[in-house]
Design a protein around this ligand. Structure first.
Ligand code: GLN
Length: 478
């Protein structure tokens, strides 16, 4: 068994055909996790995984058909709740938090036979693009250990890339699934807003947050999405829209699709190797019979400030609950209630989280609300309309996922603006509510992975996956 090349389907088939047992797979991966030198995992006690593996092996022994995700070992980003399994959000505030329930996405994966291997490292409260904001230490990029894996779902990306999980769940508020997927050479899918329940996702910015799969192939992303998508009465923002058969949809031909290439995503700041790779990918898509057309998303230049006003505003509100009373960490020996609040939050939160709370509180405060928050909401509408106008003409949009490949650990850590600017191509999709996928499309001259990004209309994951899958096959291995 080579766990680094297993896919969702090949895992189930191998267990069904008794090439190995689910238990043997869990044990092998657990041993790999213990040796993992990228620090992708935070919490990984074997009990839950072994219990589920035993149940799958029992089914396999009976010889009946196995559930669709049978035996698939999955890493869960540590902002997603897992019953009885420590969930920290990468923060000291939640260091001792053992959730009393599972997130809907986790419960649905397990019900479909998947195995929860443990919790993956991430930036504190999913705020970051490098995983350097985790209170539990950085994650290293499996392709080059001197470089970041991306963030905030850096642990999930590294786990799939380094062969300690077959798939993982991440969350994406401004790029946190797609950017680490691109940096680690895997597939990352951000579903449409409302497609996947966020019940049990620790909230960062609720109008932007999504949960989605991180996998080794587009087909695997489709197979995971199949089970986590769909209405959930426990999340009022989760849409009651029928879930298509994604695996069937990705087999359909892409010939005749109209694919837009927005000029704003190929402007200043784009690395030459990334540009060349994405252009070559676009040419492949053309050769597949798609009509490639230049388009414009004219408000793109406002996306970063808009995102960092809205995301911080929502974060400042969402994080008010960590007050030392209701959740987690509380400072000892405070003399007054105010001192308890103040010191709990000062010592519990890391530097970047505090920066965001202050920024967010500022843009929401009387006198600044209209100038910043309200203005940003209006610009968000313009950015959404950019996508609406584009999707009136094209079925999909292709862009780079990130302006550069993975940067060095420490390279941007002291410069928050440089770090924020790296999100330029991803935040637009969150602001507009549309789905997007990152698919590996090549390597830089120094061997670092590059990711192609594809956007589609809201709830049109079938087109997104179909194009991604067709491209992935046309591209071949590299
Ligand atoms: N890098 C972005 C940020 O720091 C996005 C994070 C995310 O998608 N969770 O806010």
């Amino acid at each position: 068994m080579d766990p680094t090349v297993l896919t969702v389907e090949s895992t189930r088939v191998a267990i069904q055909e008794k090439q190995f047992s689910a238990t043997a797979l869990v044990e092998a991966l657990h041993a790999r996790i213990e040796r993992d030198d990228t620090h992708a995992w935070l919490t990984h006690p074997p009990e839950r995984a072994l219990a589920q593996a035993a149940a799958i092996d029992k089914l396999a022994d009976k010889g009946g058909p196995l559930p669709p995700l049978a035996g698939v070992p999955i890493g869960i980003k540590d902002v997603i709740l897992t019953r009885g399994l420590r969930t920290t959000a990468g923060s000291k505030v939640l260091q001792h938090f053992f959730p009393p329930y599972d997130a809907t996405a986790v419960a649905r994966l397990e019900a479909a036979g998947a195995i929860v291997m443990g919790k993956t490292n991430c930036d504190e409260f999913a705020m970051g693009s490098s995983n350097e904001n985790s209170a539990y230490g950085v994650v290293k990029n499996p392709h080059d250990k001197a470089r970041v894996p991306g963030g905030s779902s850096g642990g999930s990306a590294a786990a799939v890339a380094n062969g300690t999980a077959v798939a993982a769940l991440g969350s994406d508020t401004g790029g946190s699934i797609r950017q680490p997927a691109a940096f680690c050479g895997i597939v990352g899918l951000m579903p449409s807003y409302g497609r996947v329940s966020r019940y049990g996702l620790i909230a960062f910015a609720s109008s932007l947050d999504r949960i989605g799969p991180m996998t080794r192939s587009v087909k695997d992303a489709a197979l995971i999405l199949q089970h986590i998508a769909g209405h959930d009465p426990l999340d009022s923002t989760c849409a009651n829209v029928p879930v298509p058969d994604y695996a069937a949809e990705i087999g359909k031909p892409v010939k005749g699709l109209k694919v837009g290439v927005p000029k704003e995503y190929f402007a200043e700041g784009l690395d030459d190797d990334v540009r060349a790779s994405v252009e070559a990918a676009t040419e492949k898509i053309h050769q597949l019979g798609c009509e490639v057309v230049p388009i414009s998303l004219p408000h793109t230049k406002y996306a970063i400030p808009t995102y960092y006003v809205l995301a911080t505003a929502e974060a400042s509100s969402n994080l008010a609950r960590y007050d030392g009373v209701r959740y987690g960490f509380r400072i000892k020996d405070a003399k007054t209630l105010t001192e308890m609040y103040r010191r709990t939050r000062d010592e519990g939160f890391g530097y970047e989280v505090k920066r965001r709370i202050m920024l967010g509180t500022y843009v929401l405060s009387a006198g600044y609300y209209d100038a910043y928050y309200l203005k940003a909401q209006r610009v968000r509408t313009l950015l959404s309309r950019d996508f609406d106008a584009a999707f009136a003409k094209v079925d999909a949009i292709v862009t780079p996922t990130t302006p550069t490949a993975a940067f060095k650990l420490g390279e941007k850590a002291e410069n928050p603006l440089a770090m924020y600017l790296a999100d330029i191509y991803t935040v637009t999709g969150n602001l507009a509510g549309v789905p997007a996928i990152a698919v590996p499309c090549g390597k830089t001259k120094t061997g670092l992975p590059i990711g192609l990004q594809i956007f589609a209309r809201r709830f049109d994951e079938p087109t997104l996956l179909r194009l991604g899958h067709a491209y992935e096959h046309a591209r071949g291995a590299f």
